[in-house]
Design a protein around this ligand. Structure first.
Ligand code: NAI
Length: 456
């Protein structure tokens, strides 16, 4: 269902009226299209806390945005006193990358303020602020305090910045290992990802040359629950990136699954993912193995716990969690996921923040996050496969269109971007995690929620 409020606030009278009434002011987000793959404008590269030792410049140079060195004079060295916006009259940056990995104490946090305070107003609508942080040093509580402070800073700035602009924090030690992440965050593909803290490790052992145009060419991706909704969008985005996509869904959805598969030049697999032998059947269907496994199928059976029969509890736990564990275990045990493979599971902000009427669903989705965090290091060490999760917030689908008007409006507006996300926003985030160059992103749970005000 169309978001009429968003259309209304895009008009001059709508903007005027809603501003006067103190109502939310969503800005239409700029999203990726083939003809418009990059943000419009330049990238400003700032540093706080002294030189970090990261070799960032080549990675930023390949982000698709011209880097402004003259604007800040701050591509190296302390930002204090040197960070300033472009000359008056010229458009502000489309993106700001603040390297704060060198921030080791509270005094150095002043440089974060000094770097961003003068430029934040000028960042373009739908622009990006990406703060780079270092991993927390548990042997140095001053460093840990200052680096953890960056999280509160980023999440607070995300909530106040407005105009469709996003703010995220990436913790890293190796700039080249973070290239796919930086490209994603600095592009329109990350339109609905804000307020996130993403950890990036060191470069993957198996990494080879990367085709940034068709990164999944020659690879096979299986998406569960892909006959419609978010799963269909994920299938479409992975196919855009070159994958042969297997569209898996239940027998009742076989016709839709075949239609999606035919449109994408992929194949359909009719299978209830809760079947005890689902993993074996997938492996039998794909004797050459697969590269990307997307656990997207999910159901809700909402009731407050006092009214919830055991069957409603167990059906949700079975589809959303037990089958994810079962098929993952079976496919890994069979060696069906090729080295360099990617597993992306679907959690939900309901699993991170909790939601009335969703004890079953919240439990299942929190379980997905637990699985991802525990399995990721082993799957990488033993199979060369990464394991991550996306946690969608309010996404405009048939499911959310059926939510009663008041709750729907609350869900849409109660996030920093004051609007619902689209299935493609979850799909783009999934495609980044499935990317061959994302081998250093492992064990992450990334919310695609426009920084929902629901906690956690
Ligand atoms: P949807 O209901 O539109 O699509 C789910 C698909 O999964 C359907 O095609 C369905 O037939 C399939 N499916 C269900 N049970 C299955 C089974 N046992 N075996 C194989 N396929 C099965 O749902 P939507 O909205 O596209 O959600 C996709 C995922 O995203 C789910 O995991 C959901 O929990 C999650 N999510 C969705 C949010 C939203 O706002 N729509 C928010 C947070 C999470």
């Amino acid at each position: 269902m169309a978001d009429r409020y968003l259309s209304f606030t895009a008009t001059a009278p709508g903007r005027f009226l809603t501003a006067r009434l103190g109502l939310p002011q969503p800005s239409a987000l700029s999203r990726w299209t083939a003809g418009h793959p990059s943000l419009d404008g330049h990238l400003l590269h700032l540093t706080a806390g002294g030189p970090s030792g990261l070799d960032l410049a080549p990675v930023l140079a390949r982000s698709g945005l011209p880097t402004a060195t003259e604007a800040a004079g701050a591509t190296a060295g302390s930002a204090t006193g040197s960070a300033h916006g472009p000359a008056t009259g010229s458009p502000g940056p489309a993106a700001v990358v603040l390297d704060a990995t060198g921030v080791r104490d509270v005094d150095a946090l002043a440089e974060v303020h000094a770097a961003l305070h003068p430029v934040v107003r000028s960042v373009a609508a739908s622009g990006r602020i990406v703060v780079l942080g270092a991993p927390l040093d548990t042997r140095d509580h001053h460093q840990a305090a200052a680096q953890q402070a960056l999280e509160g800073f980023v999440r607070s700035l995300g909530k106040e910045i407005g105009r469709g602009r996003t703010v995220n924090l990436v913790r890293l030690t190796d700039a080249s290992a973070a290239e796919s992440t930086m490209r994603f965050l600095l592009s329109p593909k990350s339109a609905y990802v804000s307020g996130q803290v993403i950890g990036v490790g060191t470069a993957e052992r198996h990494g080879g040359p990367v085709d940034w145009t068709l990164p999944l060419a020659g690879r096979t991706a299986l998406v569960t629950g892909a006959a419609r909704g978010i799963g269909a969008a994920v299938a479409e985005t992975l196919a855009r990136d070159g994958a042969h996509v297997v569209v898996l869904d239940v027998p009742q959805a076989a016709e839709d699954a075949r239609r999606v598969a035919a449109r994408l030049g992929g194949s359909a697999l009719t299978l209830d993912i809760t079947a005890a032998d689902a993993g074996e059947r997938i492996a039998a269907e794909l004797p050459d193995g697969l590269d990307v496994l997307i656990h997207n199928a999910g159901i809700t059976r909402d009731r407050r716990l006092v009214n919830m029969p055991a069957e409603r509890w167990s059906s949700v736990l079975d589809v959303n969690l037990a089958s994810v564990l079962r098929t993952t275990d079976a496919l890994l045990a069979k060696g069906a996921l090729r080295t360099g493979g990617r597993i992306v599971a679907t959690a939900s902000i309901a699993g991170l923040a909790g939601n009335a009427g969703q004890t079953n669903y919240g439990a299942s989705k929190a379980g997905v996050a637990g699985m991802v965090r525990a399995l990721a290091p082993h799957a990488l060490a033993e199979h060369g496969v990464t394991v991550n999760a996306v946690a969608p917030g309010f996404i405009e689908t048939k499911m959310t269109a059926a939510v009663p008007l008041f709750l729907r409006e609350a869900g849409r507006r109660m996030n920093s971007l004051a609007q619902g996300g689209l299935p493609v926003d979850v799909a783009e985030t999934t495609a980044w995690l499935a990317h061959p160059a994302s081998g250093s992103v492992n064990g992450q749970v990334v919310r695609v929620c426009g920084q929902s005000l629901l906690g956690a």
